[in-house]
Design a binder for this molecule. Sequence first.
Ligand SMILES: Nc1ncnc2c1ncn2[C@@H]1O[C@H](COP(=O)(O)OP(=O)(O)OP(=O)(O)O)[C@@H](O)[C@H]1O
Ligand SMILES: [Mg+2]
Length: 356
Amino acid sequence: MDFKERFTQDIIIEKFSLGEIPIAEAFNKLFKVDEINIGHSYERRVYREEKSLNLKPVDNIERSKEKNREEKEQLKNLLEEMDELIGLEEVKRIIKEYIAFIKVQKLRESYNLKTAPVVMHMIFKGNPGTGKTTMARIIGKIFKEIGYLKGGELIEVERADLVGEYIGHTAQKTKKVLERALGGVLFIDEAYSLARGGEKDFGKECIDTLVKGMEDYKDRLIIILAGYRNEMDYFLKTNPGLASRFAIQIDFPDYSLEELVQIAELMYKEREYILDEKSKHYIYRVLSELRNKELINGNARTVRNLVERSIRQHARRIIKLENISRNDLLYIRKEDLLGEEGKNEEMPCNRDAQCR
Ligand SMILES: Nc1ncnc2c1ncn2[C@@H]1O[C@H](COP(=O)(O)OP(=O)(O)OP(=O)(O)O)[C@@H](O)[C@H]1O
Ligand SMILES: [Mg+2]
């Protein structure tokens, strides 16, 4: 293919990928590439193309390019939001791989090359507070941005939202949830509980409806089944049909001490608070003690509770000051964290009011 043909094809494909011309029109025009007489300057070339192909004026290309730039910017922001999450390197890598894969499939389609179906249903295995819901929410937004999903919203449900009380009720309930989730992400927490009661349980009806929904609404939603690692492995073993339908299985490991400290720092930063030097060391000690006593059973959730408690404690402390400075408002001090090392999230003292 010579330069002239290549150039013309590229413009047609760009217009098609920007949604300016439908696929049929793009193909028609692609077969007419030889008729186009290309001049020397870029503008003249574009003008002639516009004329001979009867496409929209150059202005529109600029506007579409602008739209394209905005979309790229938006995707960049979302990827940054994902990268800001501490750890979770494996998840980030898999998601980026799929973004590239979907983009390439779209490009191949525009060149009339064979494409592979992209099925994005996933299994998330991990303990509470390991970032599963947070990641699912970002995935929804990212896959909307690259055009895989229409809306990108996350709908989070659990067994009680899907399973009914009489024969036929479950299918109805599950179908409604599936329809509500169309265009976005359906996140089913503690999904293993759907297999709880065995063959006679309505959970089975729910799974069957989900599987049917996956066929009917093939690429119109992403279903994510989440839950503890062992329970999910057992669940998938008892449902081999499900395992094969969920090609993407991701582990969410517990956070290391260093990661927990970084998560705490990030949470303060997001809320526009700063840990002073002493409180930075102290929070490390607190988290390390909680970990040693195996009291961190909520991973990042435990950290979030701790951060939020300290922010309330900070407010109680500074409100008593005569003059409150900007620095008073900004800095978390060690005394705002005192007593945290003994907290047990699973005990009744879990609730803040009872803890103080
Ligand atoms: N890697 C991370 N970096 C920063 N913040 C995180 C990270 N992982 C989780 N968080 C924060 O911790 C809190 C709990 O996370 P999330 O709800 O995503 O966990 P989960 O795995 O869905 O837990 P559960 O199973 O209990 O629903 C959220 O406030 C989230 O923003
Ligand atoms: Mg969750």
